[in-house]
Ligand binder design. Structure first.
Ligand SMILES: NC(=O)c1ccc[n+]([C@@H]2O[C@H](COP(=O)([O-])OP(=O)(O)OC[C@H]3O[C@@H](n4cnc5c(N)ncnc54)[C@H](OP(=O)(O)O)[C@@H]3O)[C@@H](O)[C@H]2O)c1
Length: 359
């Protein structure tokens, strides 16, 4: 099978690098264009990331030799050579919206890691295992904008991917109140332990904009399509505290949750273990099996031990206990730059291909 040519906007950054690592030897996709700011443009990719390649594997040879293009100046050239682009840009939101719109307008499907379009009414925000049906918004979006082959799909913030999948598995019990504390890795800020001295021996109780995202984005994911846009779900109500801790990768969360119909411990475990996954059977190369991993041990999941479950695409959960204030509490974990960013975006692209949205 001939592979689908893809581009990466923001290829030199933390998420861009992870995309390059995960797409090496991908059975369906091949990286043909890497693009970034004028600071990197014109250099070979290898040269552009000299001293800041943060992955634990070598730069794939073919990508290392690609010339980095300018996301804006070289737009036409990039669009003409790819059938889909991932966007991992980190710049002003209005500018990102403009750039992503321009690529879609030139016929390129865009799968974005950025928050710029998450609240655009006709742009679906997808976790493939939860709301693949929201892709039905794509033809509506194309009609609204007069786009033919191009469109934009976004993935949600990394912080929510550790707990929203667990709550999804428990939907039949009517979760209506959630309190979540996140313990987030510094790669979520595009940094490594070496480039973030302020986090050593420290905990930083503030991540700009993160609490709003972690409280609101799940409601769009659980929303329904109505009148050509997503109507947000009304519950559960979520209250969050987002905290940066000194780990390289992996967002751990502690969750307290109330239900309309309180389940038993066995019912919770059964629902997690028997999660009905809507993308099962599609043969998506990056889909983990199982999606949700339940731990009996008191001290799991742990960030360093468990973040790579399912090659970084599974969500782990444990420490399930009754809660005297709400009903139940648990701890969950996912890899923020794999499941929460690059891997999640690749899984969306695979879903788009399986559903016939990419030519
Ligand atoms: N890190 C995570 O865990 C995570 C998780 C979910 C979502 N996200 C989101 O993903 C996006 C990327 O995050 P990141 O951590 O990878 O950021 P990052 O490491 O700061 O990388 C940013 C990328 O954007 C490019 N860029 C910056 N200014 C530009 C400009 N004026 N024109 C063109 N390109 C420009 C940079 O190119 P140069 O190298 O040339 O400057 C670089 O390739 C962000 O929106 C972030 O919120 C991140």
């Amino acid at each position: 099978m001939e592979k689908i040519s893809v581009g990466i906007l923001g290829a030199t950054g933390m998420v861009g690098q992870r995309l390059i690592q995960l797409l090496e030897n991908h059975p369906w996709f091949e990286v043909k264009c890497v693009a970034a700011s004028p600071r990197s443009a014109g250099k070979s990719f290898q040269k552009a990331v000299e001293g800041r390649w943060a992955m634990n594997s070598e730069i794939p040879e073919a990508v290392g030799q690609l010339k980095v293009l300018d996301v804006e100046e070289d737009m036409r050239q990039i669009a003409d050579n790819i059938s889909l682009t991932f966007s991992a840009l980190n710049m002003e939101k209005t500018k990102i919206r403009e750039i992503e719109n321009a690529y879609a307008d030139m016929g390129v499907p865009v799968v974005s890691n950025n928050s710029a379009h998450r609240w655009t009414e006709d742009v679906p925000m997808i976790i493939p295992e939860i709301n693949p049906h929201h892709l039905d918004l794509i033809p509506i979006q194309q009609k609204n904008r007069g786009w033919n082959n191009g469109f934009i799909v976004v993935k949600p913030n990394c912080s929510i991917q550790s707990y929203v999948p667990i709550i999804e598995a428990l939907k039949e019990f009517g979760p209506d109140q959630v309190i979540v504390s996140t313990y987030q890795a510094i790669s979520g800020a595009g940094k490594t332990l070496e480039t973030c001295p302020e986090i050593i021996d420290n905990v930083i109780p503030f991540i700009k904009g993160e609490e709003e995202k972690s409280e609101r984005e799940p409601l769009k994911i659980w929303g329904k399509i109505s009148g050509g846009k997503i109507e947000n779900a009304k519950d559960p109500v979520i209250s969050s505290n987002c905290i940066r801790i000194p780990v390289s990768d992996g967002h751990l969360v502690a969750v307290n949750i109330r239900f309309k119909r309180k389940p038993t411990k066995n019912q919770i475990i059964e629902s997690i273990r028997n999660f009905k996954n809507p993308i099962d059977g599609l043969g998506l190369p990056s889909a983990p099996d199982p999606f949700l991993v339940y731990f009996e041990e008191n001290d799991r999941p742990q960030t360093r031990l468990d973040r790579m479950a399912g090659k970084g695409m599974s969500v782990s959960v444990g420490r399930l206990r009754e809660d005297d204030v709400l009903d139940w509490k648990f701890v969950a974990l996912s890899h923020n730059t794999i499941r929460g960013a690059a891997g999640g975006a690749i899984l969306i692209a695979e879903l788009l291909k399986a559903k016939g949205f990419i030519e």
